[in-house]
Design a protein around this ligand. Structure first.
Ligand code: DGJ
Length: 731
């Protein structure tokens, strides 16, 4: 049933389409794949958009051809190799044993299949049934080396997503080194774009940054070994006038948790060239004859209705076809985590008092964070020794877990499997497991070091240790942390000509470990974490349906962090906790209600010492817990719309609406108060204009069209950091 992908053999044009979008490219002179179009659906392509042939100086021509009007340098392409007369940043770079790097990729064939193949060893979008999607594989060949580049395109039927990746096969008879192997290239003509990326820092993640795409190459990426707090693996290209609800927006997100690169280039004739893939910094992959290399996948979407629609497509594909956990569509428990309550200073008796209070307040899970293992009283020791700390739990961890369960709460446990402390039995027994360059002292970060996950025996050891704890059957949730980035990137287990593989092999080792653990313990809810949101990406979402968004729990900081996160990632993946004031990261004192509304805009919980709260605050916790139980399904699985951006402004607003458009929750926030405030309104979206909606607090009734077109005035409040939640229900 090949109805999503067509090949017009007369014009040599591939057309991928669903009800909303079309993607077109053709095979041109010299077997060059020429990008034609990506945008709103067209029924049929009749050949209108053939790229004009122009003789341009210093843009050379095809080998063996005297046609000065055809140049691979100017033609918009699907995939460019270095050395093939294309001066854009290439998608593919190789190195042969003779030192040359030339590559001339020419079309050699295609195949179309229903469904979507799995990518070996890598997370990727999937299908439940083959009719949900179709996959086109176009093969390019470099004759002298025998290298085959399979460009994989999958288009989904019911969500506006095309996935792309590349498989490189060595069908020649000599080793070749891949020095750059991008997952996606796309070239646009006649566009004037802004780029939107998500830079940040620890405790300050994913702040949207918008700027015009200018001349030269701009590279957004990470060389930290992880997807990073500093630059999320996402980029959008948008019309300069595009906004939340109008204009063309192209979104790209990698399903990958390691080094990444998003290169965008405006060229000499104002074309826009985009290349996305594993960062080529310290990357070199030895491809022996007969072997293959699979790049990570990129999710690509087009929206003709601004950023909102781009986000809806990302949210749907990630929530419904990336996350595999059985919790993908389940309501997530409200938890209390002891980190900001106790840090390392706790024992079983202290924790029991928090558990008792959690029970009284209606909280559903207790999460035991860092400090329960080895002899860990601070961050100097014990990483690698996943055995209970007997001084803190004299009767064993199971004893405490049973106590939590007897109270009717779930029990969650923190791990940081990828790390090792010098002061650990694991290091004493296996110093070679620590990633380091022989003859150099490795750099510490948070007093800890990275395990060499490229080694199978290290992955096996971690699998055994973590399994042993989870096998007790007493752990309902795991928080998987990672508190430093990679340095001293070298593996003693690999030969010198494979050291350029270590960054990527680390990620493959991590995926292998998570694959084995999540498969063995399907009933454990896994939450990803890396010093907060340092590895908040679609690759992690494949294994872990939710991720700790940021170590910054300040409600005001969270507005921008959660707003930026929502550009790509669904609410069901985003966790947020109410914490104490003054806030531990910013020192800010925000009202309880504001902290609650910010945290209830995500997968909700608490991170404070419940035993030290005033009665007034305890009452508020009870109210919040019961309110969240009421809105939980709507928040976690409804449609999320951004209404007002907190980026460089004094307000934020967003809303959640159920699929049937009858149930609505709106959160508004004002950062600073003013003596003479301007009057502002909040206008809703996504409602049924024909329906009438009741404000559940006041009983007032409004038309859906009124709420969307007229909106309502925001309250005038003479206090900083205020927030209000509105609930509307269709009559
Ligand atoms: C960083 C995490 O983001 C925190 O929530 C906490 O788990 C600490 N690590 C513990 O070391």
């Amino acid at each position: 049933m090949n109805d999503l992908i067509e090949f017009d053999s007369k014009r040599q044009v591939f057309h991928l389409h669903n009800g909303n979008i079309s993607y077109l490219f053709s095979v041109e002179e010299g077997g060059t794949l020429c990008h034609l179009y990506f945008g709103r659906r067209v029924q049929k392509y009749h050949g209108e958009l053939k790229y004009p042939r122009v003789d341009r100086g210093f843009s050379g021509n095809l080998p063996g051809s005297l046609d000065r009007t055809f140049s691979r340098d100017t033609l918009p392409k699907e995939y460019s190799g270095a050395g093939e007369m294309d001066y854009h940043t290439p998608a593919a770079v190789i190195r042969r044993n003779d030192g040359s790097n030339a590559l001339m990729l020419r079309y050699s064939g295609y195949s179309i299949e229903d469904g979507k193949p799995e990518l070996e060893g890598l997370p990727a979008a999937w299908v439940e049934k083959p009719e949900e999607a179709q996959t086109l594989t176009v093969t390019l060949k470099d004759e002298p080396t025998g290298l085959l580049y399979d460009l994989l395109y999958t288009i989904y039927r019911d969500v506006d997503i095309i996935t792309r990746s590349v498989r490189v096969r060595n069908a020649g008879n000599e080793d070749v080194f891949l020095e750059k192997a991008a997952s996606l290239q796309i070239d646009f003509t006649d566009r004037d774009f802004d780029s939107i990326c998500l830079p940040g820092a620890h405790a300050n993640e994913r702040h949207p940054e918008r700027q015009r795409v200018g001349y030269g190459i701009q590279k957004f990426g990470s060389i930290r070994g992880t997807s990073s707090h500093q630059m999320n693996p996402f980029l959008a290209l948008a019309d300069r006038k595009a906004d939340e609800y109008s204009g063309d927006v192209y979104g790209f997100a990698m399903v990958y948790s390691g080094n990444h690169s998003f290169e965008v280039e405006r060229d000499q004739i104002d074309q826009t060239h985009l290349v996305i893939g594993i960062n080529d910094y310290n990357f070199s992959w030895k491809l022996e004859p007969g072997s293959a290399f699979q790049t990570p996948e990129v999710l690509m979407t087009y929206s003709d209705r601004g950023f909102d629609r781009m986000s809806q497509s990302f949210h749907r594909i990630i929530r419904d076809r990336i996350v595999r956990s059985r919790f993908a569509h389940e309501e997530r428990p409200i938890l209390v985590n002891n980190w900001e309550a106790t840090y390392f200073d706790f024992d079983e008796e202290k924790l029991k008092t928090i558990v008792d209070d959690a029970k009284d307040l209606g909280i559903e899970m207790f999460v035991l964070d860092d400090g329960w293992f080895g002899h860990r009283d601070d961050d100097n020791s014990s990483l690698g020794d996943w055995k209970v700390y007997e001084r803190k739990f004299p009767s064993g961890l199971g004893h405490f877990a049973d106590y939590v369960h007897e109270k009717g709460l779930g029990f969650g446990l923190w791990f940081e499997p990828e790390m090792i402390s010098y002061d650990s039995d694991l290091y004493r027994d296996h110093p070679e497991y620590l990633m380091h360059v022989p003859g150099r002292e490795p750099s510490p970060s948070r007093n800890q070091y990275v395990l060499d996950l490229t080694r199978k025996e290290v992955v096996d050891n971690l699998f055994e240790q973590v399994s042993e704890i989870l096998e007790s059957g007493r752990i309902d949730y795991v928080k998987w942390d990672m508190n430093r980035h990679l340095s001293d990137v070298y593996s003693a287990s690999l030969p010198k000509d494979r050291q350029g593989e270590v960054y990527h092999r680390y990620v493959l080792g991590l995926y292998d470990l998570m694959e084995r653990l999540t498969e063995k313990f399907p009933d454990v809810l896994f939450e990803g974490c890396s010093g907060g949101g340092g590895r908040f990406d679609a690759g992690m979402a494949y294994y872990m349906p939710q991720i700790w968004t940021s170590d910054n729990t300040d409600a005001v900081s969270r507005l921008t962090i959660q707003y930026g996160t929502s550009l790509v990632y669904p609410i069901s993946m985003t966790t947020a906790h109410v914490s104490a004031i003054p806030n531990h990261q910013t020192g800010r004192k925000t009202p309880f209600e504001t902290r609650g509304n910010a945290a209830m805009s995500a997968v909700f919980g608490y991170e404070l010492d419940l035993t030290r709260m005033s009665q007034e605050d305890r009452d508020k916790v009870k109210e919040q817990v019961s309110c969240y139980k009421d809105i939980r399904n709507l928040v976690q699985y409804g449609t999320f719309h951004r209404l007002k951006s907190p980026v460089d402004t004094n307000q934020a607003a967003w809303m959640f609406v159920s699929d049937d458009r009858r149930d609505v929750c709106v959160m508004t926030f004002q950062v600073l108060a003013s003596a003479q405030p301007s009057l502002t309104k909040t206008k809703l979206t996504g409602l049924d204009p024909e329906l009438e909606y009741e404000n559940l607090e006041t009983g007032e009734v409004f038309g859906g069209d009124e709420l969307m077109e007229l909106g309502f005035y925001d309250p005038v409040v003479h206090q900083d950091y205020t927030s209000k939640m509105y609930r509307f229900r269709a009559l």
